[in-house]
Design a protein around this ligand. Structure first.
Ligand SMILES: [Mn+2]
Length: 475
């Protein structure tokens, strides 16, 4: 599985050591702002520290011409990009004289593994699905492992990165399984079969049910009192012998079965509750109430660091810094609040020109009301909820501080469709200026604010065209 890719990573890592040994300067690392970017960057940082190689690191929202200009003015010999720069291979090769390593999994535009002094380590070039089977953290992990087997102890970080990029769906696929095997054999991670509700580690049992939106449990979701009564009615003790509120992970198999049955009965239709029983991945040595215990919560914690403008804290968390972890926990609380504020703004604006609801798509124009790093999360939440029918395209936009509009495209429901949202992004950028890219099911762009009217007009015509062409194919 992915052996060609692993062989190539082996070649690239010795190539890397070779160029580093000839340089007297630190290695320059540039990573992406999201969970996958933060974990992949952290894996590289620790790997270099272990090799006594100095480095300078930054975490950025995206590569653009300003970033490239800034990098050109710097004085380094070797640059590593993690979880970004795939769309800039040609520019990097033409305009830079550095030895460059691009460890990424976004869809490649250049087919060559090496262009001049730029090495491209990308799973897609080896027939490995970089959208579902390995993330940038996974690529960085295999890079780290081929430099030194001791780096296998960071396998769990690669899994956190994969989770951040939504590559975990009741388990892992493809090369992510190889990483999971390493984590299990290292003994860092254990798997538990339980209700896959969020907060099973950190939140009291009744709080987990109160906050559960998937499944939505009538009379329980959104009601603390309802949740407590529901648990008592199911015949499950809410408190342990020490009179402490229990957590979902503390329930026995029988109690878990009771709870699942109770949820099944409470829900009026479907078997959603049953399908929410599945594997959760836990860090063995982490405290029960730590936000790093459940790898999915770990992923959310890092994501909030990035989105709230503190990616360095995320790196600190990955490298095991206690102070960083404490600050990150506080940041997560503010992040959750901002997301709830964003959701409230959306619901309040549904019948205004700020939220254009059309056949097959929705355009959300948040302006300065929602932070540009939160708007994509709002779009993802709406895509996962049942607010719109399956197949609805959600386009959300918000202003950035540097005069741009951040645009995110998502689609509701089935993720295996033929939809390619990058097609629409390309048309928007062609008319409105700026730049864009992403994945088939999650794409984005940055467009100058003065082009907002043109962008909206173009989006409507492009989305209308797209929606009607899909309707024809469907028939
Ligand atoms: Mn990624």
């Amino acid at each position: 599985m992915g052996q060609d890719l692993l062989d190539y990573i082996g070649e690239v890592s010795s190539d890397f050591l070779d160029v580093v040994s000839k340089s007297s300067k630190p290695v320059r690392i540039v990573g992406n702002l999201d969970t996958d970017g933060i974990t992949s960057t952290s894996i590289i940082c620790k790997t270099l520290s272990r090799l006594d190689i100095r480095y300078v690191v930054s975490v950025v929202k995206q590569v653009n011409s300003e970033l490239l200009d800034a990098l050109k003015r710097e004085d380094y010999d070797v640059i590593i990009f993690s979880d970004l720069a795939t769309a800039y291979i040609t520019e990097l090769s033409n305009e830079f004289d550095n030895d460059i390593f691009v460890l990424d999994h976004h869809f490649p535009e250049v087919e060559e593994k090496r262009v001049g002094k730029v090495r491209q380590v990308n799973p897609h070039l080896f027939g490995v699905n970089g959208t579902k089977e390995i993330s940038a953290a996974g690529i960085s992990y295999f890079f780290a492992k081929s430099l030194n087997e001791v780096n296998k102890d960071m396998s769990y970080l690669a899994l956190v990165g994969a989770i951040g990029d939504m590559q975990e769906d009741y388990g892992f696929k493809g090369m992510n399984c190889l990483i999971l095997e390493d984590a299990l054999s290292e003994g860092t991670v254990e798997i538990k079969e339980t209700l896959r509700l969020f907060g099973i580690q950190t939140k009291p049992l009744h709080k987990v049910l109160e906050y559960s939106t998937n499944p939505y449990i009538p009379g329980v979701t959104g009601s603390e009192r309802g949740a407590i009564k529901f648990i008592e009615d199911s015949g499950i003790e809410l408190y342990d012998k020490a009179r402490k509120v229990r957590r979902l992970v503390n329930l026995s198999k029988q109690e878990l079965a009771k709870l699942v049955t109770a949820i099944e009965i409470k829900k009026t239709s479907g078997t959603m509750a049953e399908s929410t029983v599945g594997p959760v991945f836990l860090l063995k040595d982490e405290d029960e109430d730590s936000l790093k215990k459940d790898l999915r919560e770990f992923s959310t914690l890092l994501n909030s660091c990035g989105r709230m403008g503190w990616p360095s804290l995320g790196i600190g968390v990955c490298l095991g810094d206690k102070v960083a972890s404490k600050k990150a926990n506080e940041l997560l609380r503010s992040y959750r609040k901002e997301i709830i504020d964003a959701l409230n703004w959306y619901y309040e604006n549904r019948s205004t020109p700020n939220v254009l609801e059309k056949k097959g798509y929705v355009i959300i124009l948040a302006g300065s009301n929602i932070r540009d790093t939160i708007i994509g999360t709002l779009a993802s939440l709406l895509a996962k909820s049942k607010v719109y029918p399956d197949g609805t395209i959600i386009m959300s936009t918000a202003y950035t501080l540097d005069g741009l509009i951040k645009v995110s495209l998502r689609i509701t429901g089935d993720t295996d469709s033929d939809t390619d949202l990058r097609v629409i992004i390309k048309e928007l950028v062609a008319e409105g200026g700026g730049y864009g890219g992403g994945h088939k099911l999650a794409a984005g762009a940055s467009i100058p604010q003065e082009k907002e009217d043109i962008m909206v007009r173009e989006a409507i015509s492009s989305l209308n065209k797209y929606v009607s062409s899909r309707a024809v194919t469907a028939e």
